[in-house]
Design a protein around this ligand. Structure first.
Ligand code: ADP
Ligand code: MN
Length: 518
């Protein structure tokens, strides 16, 4: 499988600079066309000029193409797509700039202006994301790319005074206006070059054209949508590819080998670590890249984890959905860091870039460690695993001040004779308004798994809950137990309301409240 397109390879021969022959629209090789000397001369000249120009215009592209992607005998041409996308982005931006100039010229000093916003190539969303080292969280209140308020013809329907008056129905004015309005058709719509002339288009002709332009546009929008959807499914949209590509280019990663897992909310890739460390730390020899999906649907029902997490509370309401998704990646990073500090076996964070989390790979030689669900443990290992998990849950709760919130045999890997915890993007603090309920659910999963697995020492979920949290909830049935949990959560909420955040009254024996310093 080659989801990021970095493994495809094709031999490369022929003269000329490497990048030229790599360009999809580069000159075809070994094609002999008979033509006059003059033609050849002028073509060569044209090509030379073009090369000159491109060298100046796209220096980055050139260096990128010569980057470490092209290694050894496996000369890699898969960056072509990336290059094409980067170039396309450049062209689109240029087009937009031109469009803006035309918009300005078109509107002039007129009180009535027409916005060309809808015909921009680069969607404001993409554009706002274009700078990669931007600080993601601070700039969300003001959206500089928001479309101007559309203006309309004045209600009175005429301009001028007294004899000079011209109504909006005036034939000449109307005709000229119609001609000018042709520019408002989609950019792909051919309207000829009559725009510069003093053409007067009758309403009838204009309306027919408009109709046609719209239906054309809708058709192309549908196609576009389809394309977008299929890439989103793999979570590797052009932007993600670009980030991954840059990681390889920067030497942080050596190669991205393939996809380990495609989940609802994320796609995980395997990669070999590169030689360039991050923050003075060497990159692990094998890495896992968790790419959080930028399609939004799946995340809607996860709001509850993050919305009530006070750590993210202030930000949540102001963010656009794309940034909320990055917050999941950020959350996973913070949670893993806490766990690492407490010595809980879990992936080590290498770096976070937007919605992509790079961490150490649990497994070997591209084979991820099996989930507890998949591995067949003997009874001794099973027992060992249980006690280890009990200990990890306690550490997680007490030392990291976290509740996993999705703990089950699917998110525990068996590697090196022990259990590793993964998938902590949804983990919350115990003081989260539903934190204890999440903990109870985790306990139920763990308890059931080990009881079914024949570990006689494994207690039921209520006992496990008390053992992990240090609470003494006495109820002997689930309904009452959950009622008490909810009462505690409610009490905590009230406490938070009164005394501010970051404290917890959970402790039954008068211990100081849990305060976590990161
Ligand atoms: P999801 O939200 O899709 O469940 P996970 O973090 O659980 O995301 O990752 C999905 C799968 O990818 C895991 O079940 C595991 O097999 C694999 N995986 C994730 N992280 C790692 C890692 N650091 N090392 C090895 N495999 C991993
Ligand atoms: Mn998972």
């Amino acid at each position: 499988m080659d989801p990021v397109g970095v493994a495809a390879a094709a031999p490369e021969t022929g003269p000329g600079p490497a990048w030229q022959s790599k360009c999809p629209w580069g000159a075809p090789k070994n094609v002999v066309i008979s033509c006059s000397l003059a033609d050849v001369m002028s073509e060569q000249l044209a090509k030379e000029l073009q090369l000159e120009e491109e060298k100046v215009a796209f220096p980055e592209v050139v260096t990128v193409a010569e980057g470490p992607f092209i290694t050894g005998e496996n000369t890699d041409t898969s960056s072509d797509l990336m290059l094409a996308q980067m170039l396309q982005m450049e062209f689109d931006r240029e087009y937009d700039a031109q469009l803006r100039r035309e918009e300005k010229k078109f509107n002039g000093d007129s009180k009535v202006s027409i916005s060309f916003e809808n015909y921009r190539k680069v969607h404001p969303y993409e554009d706002s994301d274009s700078s990669e080292d931007e600080v993601d969280w601070q700039d969300t209140r003001h959206d500089p790319y928001r479309a101007d308020k559309p203006t309309t013809t004045p209600k009175k329907g005429f301009i001028g005074k007294g004899k000079e008056i011209t109504t909006k129905h005036d034939e000449v004015v109307c005709g000229r206006k119609n001609t000018a309005r042709m520019e408002n058709f989609g950019p792909d719509f051919q309207v000829g070059d009559g725009i510069g002339m003093d053409l007067k288009l009758s309403n009838q002709v204009f309306n027919a054209l408009k109709q046609h332009a719209y239906s054309e546009e809708r058709r192309s929008a549908r196609l576009h949508e389809k394309k977008e959807h299929s890439t989103a499914e793999k979570a590797v949209d052009p932007k993600t590819r670009l980030i991954l590509y840059k990681m390889v280019n920067a030497g942080i990663l050596e190669t991205i080998t393939g996809c380990i897992s495609t989940g609802k909310e994320s796609v995980v890739f395997h990669a070999y670590g590169g030689k360039t460390g991050v923050d003075d730390k060497a990159v692990p020899p094998e890495c896992a890249l968790k790419v959080f999906k930028t399609t939004l649907n799946e995340f809607k029902n996860r709001d509850k984890y993050i919305k009530d997490d006070y750590r993210f509370k202030d930000r949540f309401s102001k963010l656009n959905p794309r940034k909320v998704i990055r917050m999941w990646a950020e959350k996973e990073m913070h949670n893993l860091t806490r766990m690492q500090k407490a010595g809980i076996p879990c992936p080590e964070v290498v770096m976070l870039k937007k919605h992509i989390l790079v961490m150490s790979f649990i497994g070997q030689d591209q084979v991820p460690a099996p989930k507890l669900k998949e591995v067949k443990l003997n009874s001794e290992d099973m027992k060992k695993a249980y006690y280890q998990i009990l200990h990890m849950m306690q550490q997680l709760y007490k030392e990291c001040s976290l509740v996993h919130a999705d703990l089950s045999e699917y998110n525990m890997l068996w590697h090196d004779g022990k259990v590793w915890l993964i998938d902590v993007s949804q983990s919350v603090e115990p003081t989260h308004p539903h934190g204890l309920e999440f903990l109870f659910r985790d306990c139920r999963n763990v308890s059931q798994f080990f009881q079914k697995g024949g570990v006689s020492e494994a207690p039921n979920e209520r006992e496990l809950f008390n053992a992990v949290s240090g609470l003494n909830i006495a109820a002997d049935n689930e309904v009452d137990f959950l009622a008490e949990i909810e009462a505690l959560e409610k009490m905590n909420e009230d406490h938070v309301q009164k005394h501010g955040k970051k404290t917890s009254p959970f402790s039954s024996d008068g211990d100081p409240p849990i305060i976590y310093n990161e």
